[in-house]
Design a protein. Structure first.
Length: 314
């Protein structure tokens, strides 16, 4: 017997499972590679691009620009199969947005249907607060942004409900930027990201999708690009961690790679200067960093720069 946990609300009651006869599979919306397949980019072509990542070589400019365009489209469209199918067939962003809004509306209906008692209103409030949480310069989740006077005691259960339902993901702050990441994580200090960036885009003000395609999104720009990298890492089965210290240092993500803790910074444009990355390497014992931006592949002694679309190869 195969039990599939699909991307969405996972709260339908099941009376029992026969032990030893269940294979459980968790399914997400399409990742960036699958989005590329849907848009006619072959596995061979993706493998060709991956060679530039592995060799740390500059990607030919035409290919680089095309991949950035596809990556921006992925941000706006997201990975919901029905939405991707509509985009591939019509390339009509209005149709895409209408479908996304319908899915978000269905999420709200499902929250009302499956959440119990007072969790209904609180889970809805937490869900609708996600864009506000991500628009802040420092994106640590604040319960007071859910509702004035909001506290962890009142809302942490509702937030976990959304996580269990497959709608959001936690990204935990680290006490120290070192391994083990899970052992160094702080349970009550975290950021929240949506599991599908396209759905997040549909929750922003009108015109946001066009701004992303055009490369301009004001206060939301950093949040959107962080969310898409968080989504990519989640679909690579990586738990999410970041490091923030006294509002002076903030590293967007930390991952374990080649048995070391690697600092990752996400930039929405090609300006990759970073005091935080410099400080984390010089003063905190971090051996290596990666910058993801719209710039082409580059390398210094301790920091590699990759285009955003290469996050899928990490």
């Amino acid at each position: 017997m195969l039990q599939v946990h699909y991307y969405g609300i996972n709260y339908k009651a099941v009376p029992s499972f026969p032990v030893g006869y269940i294979e459980s599979i968790e399914m997400f919306s399409l990742d960036f590679e699958e989005f590329l397949w849907a848009n006619g980019i072959s596995k061979q072509a993706i493998g060709y691009i991956k060679e530039y990542f592995e060799k740390k070589e500059t990607v030919p400019i035409a290919m680089h620009e095309k991949m950035l365009q596809l990556f921006r489209e992925f941000i706006v469209v997201g990975g919901m199969p029905r939405v991707v199918s509509e985009f591939v067939e019509s390339h009509n962003f209005v149709n895409v947005l209408n479908l996304q809004k319908e899915i978000v509306s269905n999420y709200l209906d499902d929250i009302a249907k499956y959440a119990e008692g007072t969790e209904k209103a609180k889970a809805r409030e937490c869900f609708l607060s996600v864009p506000k949480q991500l628009s802040k310069e420092h994106k640590k989740f604040q319960y007071s942004l859910v509702k004035s006077g909001g506290t962890a005691r009142k809302y942490e259960g509702s937030l976990m409900w959304l996580y269990d339902a497959g709608i959001i993901n936690y990204c935990y702050n680290l006490r120290k930027p070192e391994l083990p990441l899970e052992g160094n994580s702080i349970n009550n200090q975290f950021k929240i990201y949506m599991n599908d960036t396209g759905l997040l885009m549909s929750m922003l003000e009108e015109g946001s999708s066009k701004d992303i395609i055009d490369g301009n999104l004001g206060i939301y720009k950093g949040a959107i690009y962080e969310n898409i990298i968080a989504e990519i890492f989640t679909k690579l089965n990586k738990k999410l961690y970041y490091f923030e210290y006294k509002d002076r240092i903030e590293i967007d993500f930390f991952i374990r790679k080649d048995n070391i803790a690697i600092a990752i910074e996400v930039k929405a444009a090609d300006n990759t200067r970073s005091k935080s990355m410099k400080s984390i390497i010089e003063n905190w014992g971090v051996k290596h960093g990666i910058k993801l931006s719209t710039k082409n592949v580059g390398e210094t002694e301790k920091v590699n720069s990759y285009p955003l679309y290469m996050a899928m190869f990490l």
